[in-house]
Design a protein around this ligand. Structure first.
Ligand code: NDP
Length: 322
């Protein structure tokens, strides 16, 4: 078994990953991506990392001299230092496509729940308040809404396709317009926010998108404004969002992601116009197993054929030395 590549599993991954990895690889598990948790001997021999949402920092990558590949769980890989990995000739893979439909479904559910206040309505029923009178009419409705999608990529497009069935107007902002789609393109996020009353954020966390959704953008949505985030918390100025919700500058927000997960500011928990989910957009057994399969398939393909299946763009040119 010593000839089997040593794969390091960092953080908690679903059992399906470990079950499959154990068939072909030697495995070590550590609670977080910290090389101090490994024996010096293991550190010298790790050739692959199966990374949880905790990612991989530059010092962690540098502590593993034989590292060839980081297979990251999830499509967003902002927690992995891909720029540093490419310098070290380490390929990084993610799990695109297999989670697209699940995340788009979640975005639609979060949108409807946020606009109509169904979470609040359920809490009202469970608290035994119904016999005292009906739940108040919702101020919001999806009828007549103009929806803007920030990040018209794989998931953004799946959200837009679903929204077509709801008869709402759809526009978007990316750095570049997407060929072959008829939704209205806006060259800046501000232009999109001014043209819409509902902003769905499904953009990746990058230096460029950091806190892109700020007070100015939220204000532009207007008093009937709704902000939905299934992308990353880092793309939002969270204190500005809290202020907009408290001052009712916007109507409501629906959030699956936060700036400092799993810690959610008390002000958001207290906001009756916020609908909050604990980062569950892709979190069905079905989809998490498909993500796990793609993660392991990437490692198998790399160590058997020298090719990763879904390398991230930054590291796509790296191939395995014979
Ligand atoms: P894609 O790469 O297919 O789409 C990303 C889109 O964002 C592209 O259309 C891109 O267009 C646009 N974009 C990137 N940078 C910028 C920028 N600076 N300004 C404006 N637009 C930008 O990714 P996916 O659709 O597969 O996933 C999107 C993100 O969703 C992931 O990165 C992840 O963070 C998040 N996610 C969250 C989940 C959850 O559990 N809540 C689950 C899955 C994903 P262009 O290049 O033209 O700018």
């Amino acid at each position: 078994t010593t000839s089997r590549p040593l794969i390091l599993v960092t953080g908690k991954l679903i059992p399906h990953v470990l079950k499959r990895l154990a068939k072909e690889f030697e495995i070590r598990e550590i609670a977080r991506p910290d090389a101090d948790l490994l024996t010096p001997d293991d550190r010298e021999h790790v050739r692959g990392v199966a990374a949880s949402f905790l990612g991989a920092s530059a010092p962690f990558i540098d502590a593993l001299p034989k590292l060839e590949i980081i297979a990251s769980f999830g499509v967003g890989y902002d927690a992995v230092d891909a720029a540093h990995a490419v310098q070290r000739d380490v390929v990084v893979t993610n799990t695109p496509d297999v989670l697209t439909d699940e995340v788009a479904d979640t975005a639609i559910a979060l949108l409807l729940n946020t606009v109509r206040g169904f979470g609040q309505a359920e809490r009202f029923l469970r608290a035994g308040q119904w016999p005292q009178g009906p739940f108040p009419l919702s101020k919001g409705t999806l009828r007549g809404r103009r929806i803007g999608i920030f990040g018209m990529g794989r998931i953004g497009l799946a959200i837009a396709r679903r929204l077509e069935g709801f008869g709402v107007a759809i526009a978007y902002h990316n750095r570049r317009p997407v060929e072959g789609v008829s939704y209205t393109y806006h060259a800046t996020l501000k232009d999109l926010a001014e043209a819409c009353d509902t902003l769905i954020d499904v953009a990746p966390a990058t230096p460029e998108t950091t806190r892109a959704v700020n007070a100015d953008i939220l204000q532009a949505l207007g008093a009937d404004g709704v902000f939905i985030n299934v992308g990353r918390g880092a793309t939002v100025d969270e204190p500005a969002l809290i202020e907009a919700l408290q001052a009712r500058t916007i109507l409501a927000a629906g959030l699956d992601v936060f700036a400092n997960e799993p810690h959610v500011p008390q002000a958001l928990i207290d906001a009756d116009n916020a609908t909050l989910l604990p980062h569950v957009a892709s979190a069905s057994q079905h989809t998490r197993e498909a993500m796990a399969d793609l993660l392991v398939d990437n490692l198998e393909s790399w160590f058997s054929r020298g090719e990763a299946l879904t390398p991230v763009p930054e590291t796509a040119a790296i191939s395995r030395k014979a």
